[in-house]
Write a protein that binds this ligand. Structure first.
Ligand code: 5RP
Length: 234
């Protein structure tokens, strides 16, 4: 296991400290939270942990089923206690860029349906200003080039469709446009609103005012950063 993979594993497993018996959990998507999902499965089978999960992607559904996490739909849950998910970037205000794995829309729906959100990350994801990582935007396939051109008018860098020879298709049957803003997203709320106002945009990978804590792994150890204005402080 290389260094980055070790840090992902440490963050993913440490985040399980937030889980309590009886919780209804949102299960995020990606290579870091994968370790969380596997650990939840282990605690269920070996320690009798009693939780249910709502997956944020088909990939996570498959993994959760494999490790034995009982799954329910968001509607059945009536609301979640906690979602644990990864991020591509987070800043000092706990604003996030997500969607590197293409699951941003389901991830945002699940996060907005949860009482709290904990992000798992290694220290490569911590930034001063968001945008070094290309911002993923999920769009309808219908006339996507027009949507891309509209997005380009508010993005100083390139806007590229994800996928090499053919577009990557999300679990929702949509495409992802990766938008290169550079580290310039100092007002993520305004940008989110501007992009959402473009017809054809399904969801934007900016998560603002949602993340309550980041479990951050670095070579120096694992640190839990708590958002002072977050819901874990209430
Ligand atoms: C998927 C996501 C992921 O959580 C994000 O891309 C981080 O993934 P990883 O832990 O593999 O770096 O938003 O849509």
């Amino acid at each position: 296991m290389n260094d980055v993979e070790r840090l992902k594993r440490e963050a993913g497993i440490s985040a399980c400290d937030f889980i309590r018996d009886g919780m209804k959990l949102g299960l995020g998507t990606g290579s870091t939270v994968r370790y969380t999902v596997i650990e939840i499965g282990r605690r269920i089978s070996e320690e009798g942990l009693n939780v249910v999960g709502v997956p944020t992607s088909e990939a996570t559904r498959e993994l959760a089923e494999k490790v034995g996490i009982p799954l329910i739909s968001l509607a059945e849950s009536g609301g979640l206690d906690l979602v644990i998910d990864g991020a591509d970037e987070f800043d000092n205000d706990f604003s996030l860029i997500k969607g590197g794995g293409g699951a941003l829309t389901r991830e945002k729906i699940v996060a907005q349906s949860s009482k709290s959100m904990v992000v798992v990350a290694d220290d490569r994801k911590q930034v001063e200003v968001l945008g070094e990582f290309d911002l993923p935007v999920e769009v309808l396939p219908f006339e996507w080039k027009r949507t891309r051109d509209r997005i380009s008018s508010c993005c100083s860098g390139s806007v590229s469709i994800r996928g090499d020879s053919k577009p990557f298709v999300t679990d929702n049957g949509c495409y992802i446009l990766d938008c290169n803003f550079g580290p310039s997203i100092s007002d993520p709320i305004s940008l989110e609103h501007e992009l959402l106002s473009i017809a054809g945009v399904v969801e934007v990978g900016l998560f603002v005012g949602i993340c309550d804590a980041v479990v951050l792994a670095s070579n120096g150890g694992v640190l839990t950063l708590i958002n002072d204005s977050g819901r874990l402080n209430e």
